[in-house]
Design a protein around this ligand. Sequence first.
Ligand SMILES: [Zn+2]
Length: 451
Amino acid sequence: MKHTFETPIEADILILARWAIPVVPRNTTWENVSIAISAGEIIAVFHSGFPNPPQINAKETVDCGNSTLLPGFVNAHGHAAMSLFRGIADDTALQPWLNEKIWPLEAKHANREFVEDGTLLAIAEMIKSGTTCFADMYFFPDAVAESANKAKIRAQLACPVLDFATIWAETADEYIAKTTELYDTYRFNELLSIAFGPHAPYSISDQPLIKLAALAEELDVPIHMHLHETAEEVEAAYSEYGYRPIKRLADLGVLSHRFVGIHATQLNENDILTIAGAGINIVNCPESNMKLAGGFCKVHELQSNNINVALGTDGCASNNDLDMISEMRTAALVTKVVAGDASAMPAHKAIEMATLNGARALGQDHLIGSLENGKQADIIAISMDDISQIPIYRPESNIVYSTQASQVRHAWCRGTQILREGKLTTINTTLIRDRAIKWQETLRESARKNV
Ligand SMILES: [Zn+2]
């Protein structure tokens, strides 16, 4: 049946492109695409499958030409301000890396100003590589919020909770109180949301976990936590409690569909059954896991058990970039190797992991993660003109396996254009660079003295 439209559609922005990968419906690539946006929302999507598209009257039209449109990437785990630690401590396993390098540096330098500057540097890199939403676990989440607000990017702030004092709070109760305060501040914010971020099973005891699990349910907010990141962590927990961290968390009532477990490189059959039964989300951070030699996440096995697996870069000190395109490529390749099956992660599935699955883990899949009518306009355009992109038989394959971050040309977050022709519109890059170089001088001296 032919569709006809009697009246033209009125829109704020009309985006045109040669291709689009909407993520919903799955395994789909459209050609000759028009997306209309009004008040930050996608109000109409047309492509060559519509023989008689309507007239769209838009205040602004952006013709992306030979580009592919995608939902903006959702970086489901990171520590944005740690971008100021990029390359400061490489070639070390997780525990000595944390205990001897990162934590002493943080104790000395990670103040509010450090977090503001480091977060803006990270956001600049993320937007330029197509991320329009990121989850963050770091001290001074209010400063992260301010930086995200300035940049007009979407963020979920997983406020840290630890047993011991840091620069942000003294006791577990104080961390939790500060988190609920921030929840009250941002509960109606259009781009920012709050979550609990108990750092890891080895850095938080039972009582605060029970308390924050009850609060997370009451407020309906996620719990982000590093989980089974290394074999040493699991072995140490086994010696202390007599069972593995996942069982401990399950027994404490912490695991539910709101729980976001980061890394999960050490999973046995029972762990997988437990997390499948609880419906938790896992964030795969393959580059960080390889760099710290932690292990590999069994993504294919998790997905075969209907467990939602999202993608994250982790912090810049253990990656050392925040580029979701290269992370997606690494994730696709590693998943195939771990599964021993080249079909374990097709290109469309890798894109879904980097977009919709992340949105689902953050409890935001009703808002973002796909190019659908009614969703918020978090959209990116990737140029397909580069010599490395030719020929193009299946755009989804080129996006996953042969795209560089520099080919991201445009990005919109809730309808605001935050990247135009590869240039940031909300961040002063000269200022950010100057601030980062200032920190580099301070931190270089500190790292040299090993404090
Ligand atoms: Zn992390």
